[in-house]
Write a protein that binds this ligand. Structure first.
Ligand code: DOR
Ligand code: ZN
Length: 346
């Protein structure tokens, strides 16, 4: 039986596009299905100032395939030297839609991130005043904390104190991976949202480590136990407006993934919408997919939903390239490990 699902064009509220040849290679994968995306600023060097963000936005627009309609929603990388006035001007001009907090050392290209949170107080207060969201990579970097506990500990040690100290600060808990993350997101009001990636709805830590190490399933925050994956599925498919899609699609060339010290990141831009239809169907929640991919995030970011629709069709086995060949090298597309029958009509 053929099934169809027509939804508003989706947005990706957490995306890594990189720069140069990699940007050129991966951008079409997102622009094919998504109307807009929140663009992560962890380039080398990072996107820190409004001037950096404007230049990066121009490079993204220049890399779009002819005829593509895609709007990059720019972010600034929060450093201990970030100027509150520059942030406010970038927001007022419409250029910047969020500021990204990386605890220094937490993940890829995070060395310019925050070590001493007292140094970013003035920026956070300005953001609370103007309503500009803070996107948070929620993991502590304390080497004595087990990597599987770093998200839960971050909530207690860092996130909750920041939110209590900064009333009105709008926060997106990025790529939550635990039932503690789901519970904390639910404890907030309308000023707290959370993104969930596609891959964290599909894999648990066994997929990375059991029967051989699978570097293409390694990302940060690392996938956790099965009970956490199930909590994420319930959150994503349950219809609560605070949860929305942020793929964290994070391309690294194969040579750096299949390496003695492999980079963190799963590349899901190509097949995210087909995989989500599979997941939402499994959960009996296809009627809630549009809210998750196309409405809840836009509402949190105070953006109108997109015009236009995409249609997903369930038919024969879906296929996509195993790798995207970029000028920087091949990038392996996330393999869910099961057959998928959903296709996005383009
Ligand atoms: O897996 C990840 N990859 N997690 C991050 O937080 C960063 C990202 C990247 O930039 O590669
Ligand atoms: Zn990310």
């Amino acid at each position: 039986m053929t099934q169809h699902l027509t939804i508003r064009r989706p947005d990706d509220f957490h995306l890594h596009l990189r720069d140069g040849a990699m940007l050129q290679g991966v951008l079409p994968e997102t622009a094919r299905h998504f109307a807009r995306a929140i663009i992560m600023p962890n380039l080398v060097p990072p996107v820190v100032t409004s001037k950096d963000a404007a230049a990066y936005r121009d490079r993204i627009l220049a890399a779009l395939p002819d005829g593509a309609r895609f709007e990059p929603l720019m972010t600034l990388y929060l450093t201990e030297g970030t100027d509150p006035a520059d942030v406010a001007a970038a927001h007022a001009s419409g250029l910047v839609k969020a500021v990204k907090l990386y605890p220094a050392g937490a993940t890829t290209n995070s060395s310019s991130g925050v070590r001493d949170f007292s140094k970013v107080r003035a920026v956070l207060e300005k953001m609370a005043e103007i309503g500009l969201p803070l996107c948070v990579h929620g993991e502590v970097v304390d080497p004595s904390v087990d990597i599987f506990d770093r998200e839960a500990v971050f909530i207690d040690r860092v996130l909750d104190p920041i939110r209590r100290a900064t009333p009105g600060l709008r926060v997106v808990m990025e790529h939550i991976t635990t039932e503690e993350g789901v519970a904390y997101a639910r404890s907030g009001g309308g000023d707290l949202g959370a993104t969930i990636t596609t891959h964290h709805l599909i894999i648990n830590r066994n997929h990375i480590l059991a029967g051989g190490i699978r570097p293409h399933y390694y990302c940060l925050p690392v996938a956790k136990r099965e009970k956490h994956r199930l909590a994420l599925r319930a959150a994503a498919t349950g219809g609560e407006t605070r949860f929305f899609l942020g793929t964290d699609s994070a391309p690294h060339v194969d040579a750096l993934k299949e390496h003695a010290c492999g980079c963190a990141g799963c590349f899901t831009a190509t097949n995210t919408m087909a995989l989500l239809a599979h997941v939402f169907e499994e959960e009996g929640a296809l009627d809630r997919m549009e809210a998750y991919t196309s409405l809840n995030g836009a509402a949190f970011y105070r953006l109108p939903p997109n015009d236009g629709t995409i249609t997903l069709t369930k038919a024969g086995p879906a296929e996509w390239p195993a790798k995207i060949l970029t000028g920087a090298g091949p990038v392996t597309v996330f393999d869910p490990g099961f057959p998928v029958h959903w296709h996005v009509e383009t």
